[in-house]
Design a protein around this ligand. Structure first.
Ligand code: MSP
Length: 522
């Protein structure tokens, strides 16, 4: 039985457009989903857009269009952006989908029927940007939002409440029984200390707006946008409409979320699942922020970088590689164009690109363009051993959701192979078995690298595969499966035409000549 892995991203508010910060989140989830397909897991990878709430209603009003018309347009911008960044989502959910309305209504009806929802009055400070209430103590100076720094509004309304306070003990038990459910540990501890302080009930409906999903037993109310949004993960797995599908994909769900929305995912969401009678998610993994000059990228700070323009400039693979290689998943990281180009030149142009072009050049001059097979895997075969250890290290790192370590290990193998070529200098040797052995080994390393790097650089990995003359694709499901996969030494059969072609990653000289148009125009 293959393992199942259900990977999600947060669903994005459609008042904003995709920026490099949100692209980073989606690229990270994509790489994890791709890795799981590569080891042979059955994968469901979901992303989408969060389209209800006061914020969106106001943005649309200001623009003189209906909320739905606004949401249609911006949701499509997200879809297009993710497509151009080679995001391999299997589904794209919109909270305005009929299937979602159905699932939300069933989900909250079952919480209501289980006795965890009651009617009350809410008064409090509300940040429209966060779509969240804050207590007086949580506010920043001058009654502003602690996240956005904008003035909050006093709202008072009749609401339905979710009895979150009744889940304090159950949540603590869940944390105790599932030490890996919320990661990294710093975030787990943060959520735990929040729970230990004692949980208050939360308001989950609004009568002041009508842009939302009606509460099924009282249609004067619409469901609060966060309560509605979290349920998207269940909707896409078939909750309320396809029991068999839901049983297959729940609870093997892995939520990748930003650290700012940890509380919703690591406190509210597991409690909501318990209240509705379903198992809480297998994992909530929180990443940090991508910063520009130390500040979070966001619409309100006008410091956004357009990921699509940036990818057009440097290439999708280069952008993806840099974000996955240089950001430690879980921590904040400052983005700079110089950092991106530096990584591009050192790892992609110099190391990987050079290895391919050197090997292809010598295969052309010494082997008539036909790649020889690698030397057999014997105990003393240093490169074979190195490749074996690399595959194990990369596998271990991907399993720990550490793409940067997986890529670091993969690039060590590339550097090692380049060093081997420099030591043997096959370009100086006459045609014959020695040259063939050295080249065959290097071709075999390139084949293994194409598989291991494919979650990060899917397009370049496929182009590399083609240059090696290999049939099929490097990211065939199961290619990195420890049993029966294709990472074992000796998979390159030899006898295939090797193509030099244009450089896979032409060296960039912009650092000497000025900044990227994509970054300069922000
Ligand atoms: N709609 C809610 C999520 C609902 S999930 C059931 C939301 N949307 S958002 O569009 O504001 O943010 C979505 C995600 O983008 C969050 O996880 C947030 O952390 C992430 N990011 C926004 N800016 C970011 C950076 N600058 N860097 C990294 N992630 C960023 O919250």
């Amino acid at each position: 039985m293959p393992r199942r892995h259900y990977q999600t991203t947060p669903i994005f508010y459609v008042n904003d457009r995709p920026h490099l910060g949100t692209a980073y989140a989606v690229i990270s989830a994509d790489a994890l989903a791709r890795w799981h397909r590569l080891v042979g897991d059955e994968v469901l990878f979901l992303t989408g857009t969060d389209e209800h709430g006061l914020k969106l209603q106001r943005v649309a009003e200001d623009a003189g269009v209906t909320p739905k018309a606004w949401a249609d347009r911006t949701s499509q911008v997200f879809r297009d952006a993710w497509e151009s960044l080679e995001i391999s989502n299997d589904d794209f959910i919109r909270t305005t989908d009929d299937r979602h309305k159905l699932a939300v209504q069933r989900f909250i009806q079952s919480i209501y029927d289980n006795g965890y929802i009651y009617l009350g009055t809410y008064e409090g400070w509300y940040c429209v940007q966060c779509e969240a209430y804050y207590t007086e103590e949580e506010l920043a100076p001058n009654r502003t939002c602690p996240i956005h720094g904008r003035p909050v509004e006093w709202l008072s309304e009749e609401n339905y409440f979710f009895a979150l306070s009744r889940f304090t003990d159950a949540l603590l038990e869940w944390y105790e029984a599932n030490p890996k459910a919320v990661r990294p540990d710093t975030r787990r501890n943060e959520a735990l200390s929040f729970i230990r302080q004692g949980l208050g009930d939360i308001s989950i409906s609004r009568t002041s707006i009508d842009w939302g999903i009606p509460v099924p037993w009282d249609e004067r109310h619409v469901v609060y946008v966060w309560y509605d949004a979290l349920i998207n993960y269940c909707t896409a797995a078939g909750y309320g409409s396809d029991e068999e599908r839901f049983a297959a994909w729940w609870p093997v769900v892995h939520h990748l979320v930003g650290k700012d929305i940890l509380r919703f995912h690591a406190v509210w969401w597991p409690a909501m699942c318990m209240a509705a009678g379903i198992t809480p998610p297998a994992e909530v993994l929180a990443h940090g922020f991508l910063l520009v000059s130390g500040e979070k990228m966001s619409k309100s700070r006008a410091n956004q970088i357009d990921p699509v323009a940036l990818a057009q400039d440097v290439g999708v693979d280069a952008l993806r590689y840099h974000l996955l290689r240089d950001v430690v998943l879980g921590t904040d990281s400052d983005f700079s164009y110089e950092g991106l180009l530096g990584r591009y030149n050192s790892d992609l142009a110099n190391n990987l690109g050079n290895l391919l072009s050197r090997v292809a050049t010598v295969v052309a001059s010494r082997c008539e363009g036909i790649g020889p097979p690698p030397r057999p895997d014997e105990p003393g075969h240093r490169l074979a051993r190195f490749a074996e250890a690399t595959a194990a290290a990369a596998r271990d790192a991907w399993e720990r959701s550490a793409p940067n370590e997986a890529l670091e290990a993969t690039w060590r193998l590339i550097r090692e192979t380049n060093a081997e070529l420099e030591a043997r200098e096959p370009w100086k040797l006459p045609p014959g078995p020695e040259v063939e052995g050295v080249l065959g080994d290097a071709l075999e390393v390139l084949r293994i690298v194409a598989i291991l790097a494919s979650p990060a650089i899917p397009g370049a990995a496929r182009r590399l595969w083609e240059r090696l003359g290999l049939p099929g694709v490097p990211d065939e499901p199961g290619a990195a499966d420890p049993e029966g996969g294709r990472l074992g030494w000796g998979g390159y059969p030899g006898g295939l035409p090797v193509t030099k072609g244009e450089p896979l990653f032409p060296r960039r000289r912009d650092l000497e000549t000025g900044a990227s148009p994509a970054v300069a125009s922000r």
